[in-house]
Design a protein around this ligand. Structure first.
Ligand code: FES
Length: 146
């Protein structure tokens, strides 16, 4: 058993320490909002917050997370300005990458309250969207930051 802190709770999980966090979240804790895309740290679909910073959950093991606090899309409240802006701007198309996009946007706004378009593009460049919702993502981040 390994202990893992997620969304304010401490869980004991029967997973090996080398298991990627993504699979612990999805298969053990049934927190399926965090998505599997590439499994290689390239697409951002699996983004979660670890101690407030955006991280790829497919590329970090349970042992590497250690005692740090993980926040998934489920742990970001529905009334959070980023989630509200995502709904207001109707960002999602197919929706698959959107949990990772929202989590990355939350991390960005934590570091930079008023990011420029360029700063948004740079911060979000690792989160791919095959539907091409990038313009609405920028708009929603600006809306959430104002
Ligand atoms: Fe983790 Fe693509 S699934 S970055």
């Amino acid at each position: 058993m390994t202990s893992l802190k997620v969304n304010g709770e401490t869980y004991q999980v029967a997973a090996t320490p080398d298991m990627p966090l993504l699979w612990v979240l999805r298969d053990h804790l049934k927190l399926t909002g965090t998505k599997f895309g590439c499994g290689e740290g390239l697409c951002g679909a699996c983004t979660v917050l670890i101690d407030g910073a955006a991280e790829r959950s497919c590329s970090i093991t349970l042992a590497e997370v250690g005692e740090r606090q993980v926040t998934t899309i489920e742990g970001i409240p529905a009334n959070h300005p980023v989630k509200q802006a995502w709904l207001a701007e109707e960002v999602s198309q197919c929706g698959y990458c959107q949990p990772g996009q929202v989590v990355a946007a939350v991390a960005l706004l934590k570091q930079n309250r008023l990011p420029s378009d360029e700063q948004i593009n740079q911060a979000m460049s690792g989160n791919l969207c095959r539907c091409g919702t990038y313009q609405r993502i920028r708009k929603a981040i600006h809306a959430a930051s104002s």
